[in-house]
Every structure is written in C-alpha cells, then in structure tokens.
Design a protein around this ligand. Structure first.
Ligand SMILES: C[S@@+](CC[C@H](N)C(=O)[O-])C[C@H]1O[C@@H](n2cnc3c(N)ncnc32)[C@H](O)[C@@H]1O
Length: 228
C-alpha cells in the first residue's frame, strides 16, 4: 500500500492548517505598515526599504499552500536529506520541507531567521508539528548563519529579504549537489530588486537552468546543472 504523505494528516496537517489560517487573518500587519510606507514613498523609498525585519516582526509573510506543496513534492522527488532555507518567519515553509525530509527517511533542514520572536515561535511550531528533531533553525543574519552548513545540499528555498538572494546563492552554489533545486519566492512583487538574481539564475553560464513559475507571486525554479 502506498504511504500517506505526512502533510496530509496528523500533527503536520493540523499545525499547517492552524498557521495558514492565522496567516490569512494577518493582513492587519500591512495596514499597520501603511503610515511607514507612505512616509517612505514621500522620501523616495521603495517598498523594499520600508519593509524591514523590525517593521515586519509580527507578519507571517508565508509561502502559499500551493507553494508549500511544491516544496514538499520537490523535496520528495529529489529524495532531499539536506535542505537550506533563507527566511523562516514562523516556520510554515520549514514545516513542508522538514515533513518531506522526514518522509524521505531523515536529514536536516537548516532554517534562518533574524527576528528573535519569530525564531522562538518557529521552533514552537516545528515542535507542535512533531518535526523539531529534523530542523536546525539558526537565529541571526543569514549572511553569517549560513557560512557553515552540511553538504551536499539538495534543495534551497530563498524567502528572506530580497537583496541577499544573489549573494546567498553564490555562497551556497559550491555546496549544491548536481541537479539540486533552488526556489526563490516573490519574483513578481519585488521584480526590480530581484532582477539581478533572476538574470543570474537564467544565465546558463552560472550553472543553472531556470524558469519563473506563475505560482503565487512568482516562484523562480532553478536546477543546478554544475558538478561538485
Ligand atoms: C517572507 S518571510 C519568510 C516566510 C517563510 N518562508 C514562510 O513561508 O513561512 C521572510 C523572513 O526573512 C527574515 N529575514 C529578513 N532578512 C533576514 C536575514 N538577513 N537573515 C535571516 N532572516 C532574515 C524576516 O525577518 C522574515 O521573517
């Protein structure tokens, strides 16, 4: 008999349902940001410069359920055992990834979160989902916390603040296994800020084949074709 994936049942499903519902109610965070956004625009600042981790410390900003399922399915297809995530927030994407790694037979998901409150809540949410033993969620700036990771890396999710996608993918590329997948979120919302990242991933000279999926607000799906 075929297995039932853990994202469809039990504590993983229950925790995801609770968190997705809470994130849906979370639109108030954006209303709170309104005055800051307005003041920023008046001073010529873009959305990007106004949305600091401090300003967004209460906001979920999660992957959608469809993106979460794609993360789970991709990690299963790759038989992923080592996953790295930039931008954990309250841990929704981390749960999809950790569930896949556990269903594959075990391994580790390295998460990164710069906001201490979010980091603590993510750990509690992973505990509730029964996945605490699969994750190593690092508190601090990803530029430091990702200096050392296990390798080879099977799968990477880029979902933190956008100016770091490119430097972080350059940092992690030498640790990728052949045919590793790198997924980058929010390509349409932050089109300008992410253009250098998309151009890098879509230039085969850099070792990747890549396409922008029209899923949620744009998911860059990149496959590493280089060697180790
Ligand atoms: C879009 S949210 C992540 C959502 C998460 N992947 C999910 O699906 O639930 C981005 C997160 O990245 C964090 N972040 C921003 N800059 C960071 C940095 N330099 N290092 C680590 N985390 C950072 C923010 O605090 C925020 O919680």
């Amino acid at each position: 008999m075929a297995e039932v994936p853990s994202i469809y049942q039990g504590p993983v499903r229950n925790t995801l349902d609770r968190l997705h519902a809470a994130a849906k109610r979370d639109v108030t965070q954006f209303f709170k940001l309104g005055p800051k956004l307005l003041a920023g625009f008046v001073r010529g600042k873009g959305l990007w410069e106004v949305m600091t981790p401090e300003a967004m410390k209460g906001a979920y900003l999660p992957v959608s359920p469809e993106q979460g399922q794609l993360l789970y399915l991709t990690a299963r297809a790759l038989d992923a055992r080592t996953v790295v995530e930039y931008g954990t927030s309250f841990g929704i994407s981390t749960i999809y990834l950790a569930a896949a790694v556990r269903d594959n037979g075990g391994g580790v998901v390295i998460g990164t979160e710069i906001e201490p409150g979010k980091h603590a809540t993510a750990l509690a949410n992973l505990e509730e989902a029964g996945l605490a033993e699969i994750v190593d969620i690092r508190l601090g700036d990803a530029q430091e916390t990702l200096q050392q990771t296990p390798e080879p890396i099977d799968l990477v999710l880029m979902d933190g603040w956008k100016e770091l996608y490119l430097p972080l993918v350059k940092l992690l590329t030498p640790r990728l296994r052949p045919r590793a997948v790198v997924l980058g979120d929010n390509i349409f919302t932050f089109r300008k800020a992410l253009r250098p990242y998309v151009e890098h991933m879509q230039d085969p000279q850099n070792g990747f084949a890549s396409t922008t999926l029209k899923l949620s607000d744009g998911f860059e799906y990149s496959v590493y074709l280089g060697d180790r």
